[in-house]
Design a protein around this ligand. Structure first.
Ligand SMILES: Cc1cc2nc3c(=O)[nH]c(=O)nc-3n(C[C@H](O)[C@H](O)[C@H](O)COP(=O)(O)OP(=O)(O)OC[C@H]3O[C@@H](n4cnc5c(N)ncnc54)[C@H](O)[C@@H]3O)c2cc1C
Length: 331
């Protein structure tokens, strides 16, 4: 029965005892949802030696923390995590489960969808309740041409992976307390494979998420010489080079430089968008930048809808002039 399911669950993703930033964002979003349905917010924390994180989860808005610890959960491994979370969801029957749209969340959530035989929205950019009180998840569809409101009418729990940075974490209330539910489950490791070692991904530069200035190039950047010009501008401004998806697809830049729905979300003070049309998927990753500069030879490019400053011009003419001007003023 649908009415047996109550409560908003946030999957409290952690790695090496550190909570992922999306968990705090999801707790803030859950608080908004709670205003509509009044249901308890539970952060579900799986791992080993992670109990101390409960205080952080309470401080950022969890009413309860459901903790399952086991050596087999120390490193993320899909099958043990899925089995434990399934067992907990079947016991407690939450009405909603939210995961960050992180690599881990994107791996775990579809497995949960199959295990619980329910619906899942991938990479939601908004969540809410419609006028009939039905929980919806918004996600871009048809290559970003529409925004789809997805509802899961019959199945429970209703699940979504949620795009990072759609919501600011709440101000933490230090010392906040909640209900700590500890589940001692017998967890078996995965018999099929074993994690031997976890290595940090190689980064091609400073983290884009921290950058104050980002210079991003799009499909109109055709070769290494053009890219070198953009790199020079980025360096002069103390910023980072980035791109829309085509430059990653064609191998000119690694994936950690891609901005957008399937890349990184950035919030710099200054954001150059050079020869980028500004698709919905791209805008999702940069629309919160403080000052958005668009350089595109087509005045119809959607990037101009959100740009604060724009130049309708061939960037190959403008960027060298800009670089020369910056250098001249610094002499
Ligand atoms: C599920 C899904 C996820 C996606 N995720 C992402 C994502 O994370 N990030 C992302 O970027 N895309 C993503 N995409 C792809 C997205 O839909 C677009 O195809 C992509 O963003 C287009 O990149 P672009 O603007 O560089 O290229 P285009 O749309 O081809 O635009 C190129 C622009 O360059 C301009 N231009 C060309 N030459 C010059 C010049 N010399 N001077 C000035 N302007 C010039 C043109 O006028 C044009 O506006 C995703 C798509 C899907 C379906």
């Amino acid at each position: 029965m649908k009415s047996d399911y109550k409560g908003i669950w946030v999957f409290a993703e952690q790695e090496n005892g550190k909570l992922h930033q999306t968990v705090l964002e999801l707790l803030a979003k859950s608080k908004e949802l709670q205003k509509h349905n009044g249901e308890k917010i539970t952060a579900v924390l799986l791992g080993a030696d992670v109990a101390a994180l409960a205080d952080t989860l309470f401080a950022y808005g969890a009413d309860a923390v459901l903790l399952a610890e086991s050596e087999a959960l120390r490193e993320y491994s899909a099958r043990p995590y899925q089995k434990v979370l399934t067992e907990l969801a079947e016991k407690y029957k939450p009405s909603i489960i939210l995961y960050g749209a992180t690599p881990l969340g994107r791996d775990l959530a579809p497995r949960m969808m199959v295990a619980l035989d329910t619906g899942l929205t991938a990479d939601a950019i908004d969540l809410g309740f419609d006028e009939d009180g039905v929980f919806y998840q918004t996600t871009p569809g048809y290559g970003g041409k529409i925004l789809a409101h997805i509802v899961i009418l019959e199945r429970r729990p209703q699940m979504a992976t949620v795009h990072p940075q759609i919501c600011e974490p709440l101000e933490p209330v230090n010392g906040a307390k909640g209900e700590l539910l500890v589940e001692n489950l017998a967890v078996e490791g995965d018999a099929e494979y074993e994690v031997l070692e976890t290595l940090p991904a190689e980064k091609s530069g400073e983290s884009l998420t921290e950058a104050k200035v980002v210079v991003a190039g799009g499909r109109g950047v055709k070769n290494e010489d053009d890219l070198t010009m953009l790199r020079e501008l980025a360096e002069l401004l103390g910023g980072q080079i980035a791109s829309s998806r085509p430059l990653v697809d064609n191998g000119m830049l690694p994936h950690d430089r891609q901005i957008g729905q399937s890349g990184t979300t950035v919030t710099p003070q200054l954001m150059f968008n050079i020869a980028i049309s500004g698709s919905v998927q791209y805008q999702l990753g940069m629309q919160k930048a403080k000052c958005i500069v668009a350089i595109n030879q087509s005045e119809d490019a959607p990037i101009y809808d959100i740009a604060h400053i724009g130049a309708v011009v061939d960037y190959k003419k403008l960027i060298p002039a800009l670089i020369a001007e910056i250098k001249a003023r610094r002499q």
